[in-house]
Design a binder for this molecule. Sequence first.
Ligand code: CAA
Length: 379
Amino acid sequence: MFELSEDTKQIQSLARDFARSEILPGAAERDRTKKYPAELVSQLGEMGFMGMFVPEEYGGFGLSVLDYVVALEEICYADAAVGVVMSVNNSLAIYPILKFGTHEQKLEYLPSMASAEKLGCYALTEPNAGSDAGSQRTKVVKDGDDYVLNGTKMWITNGPQADVCVTYANLDVEKRHKTVCAFIVETDSPGYSVGKVEPKLGISASHTSELIFEDLRVPAKNLLGEETRGFQVAMGTLDGGRIGIAAQSLGIAQRAFDLALAYSQERKQFGKPIVANQAIQWMLADMATKIDAARLLTWRAAHMKDQGDRGSRECSMAKLFASECANFCADKALQIHGGYGYSKEYEVERLYRDARITTLYEGTSEIQRLVIAKSLLTR
Ligand code: CAA
């Protein structure tokens, strides 16, 4: 488990080369202009990175979760905003269709999503159902062969660009998660619209929006999984999504470390490079130790998923530790850069802002601790 296979190393190297030559150079500009990276997403699709677990029969390469986290770390090293577009498509939109969908649903949606011809999003969160995801208020009623949805979703990554939306609605809001249903929605359906696009602190090139469903008609064939078992689809999907955010966090943390190490060797004060001071060395040592620990937790969670294990606790542990590690490393990298780190002309300033989301989305650190504790107490 400590050594990646040759195949996984090749995927890592392909992702690394592409990330450093094609993604990294434009990251600062995209952060400034908030421009969605459409061209890069298409290229990632052509290379097979947008639907990594999709089996060959549905147009993908059938790669492992470990391959995915290793590749995603490399993409996020260059630009976490591009990385989250990739992560949401793979983990939150494709994965539930692959895991819970019918053969017909897989045939219809997976090939175009894996190639990035179509982009996916995952719409669970609502204005009053954030951490308490079970309190879904978007209503669904059955009408002949259709379901009709009414409600509002928010904080939806890829919201403005998505062609396919995996979403959730409740047959009876009083029964909370017990009556939630999951659906695959085509975003050009009448009654589906994109609401407010959020102005954000970081990952600015990835867009996050509200989605509004007004008498949105979804054919029964687009019910995902069993009726009233939608909450299980949502939670099962988030386990894997959380490993993706752990990988994103690792990419940010590793980049912050590399920049801090290089700067501390170049920057001279009191007649010597600042890295000659133990204060700086200890920061670097703490960063490197946390990054290694986060990577091992992430790889373990991915390995468990590849073995068919649900691994909710391990996914949450990886997400919790790696996201806090990304914030720690971005903070220390900025500290090592001193005043320059606070300037928009230095990359660590963007990393500091980009890292901040990782302890929030796909479950806050507090929710990860809750999942871990619940699993320990019911073991
Ligand atoms: N896999 C499958 N089923 C699961 C599960 C899992 N990991 N976790 C729970 N369930 C099932 C339970 O077995 C239970 O089923 P039964 O009713 O049949 O017994 C049911 O789900 C309810 O479980 P809980 O009682 O544990 O549910 P809860 O209401 O206490 O909530 C929670 C648990 C962990 C707090 C959950 O609500 C949660 O994860 N909240 C955070 C939501 C979140 O992460 N949101 C982020 C959205 S995605 C995003 O960030 C947007 C983006 O675009 C990136």
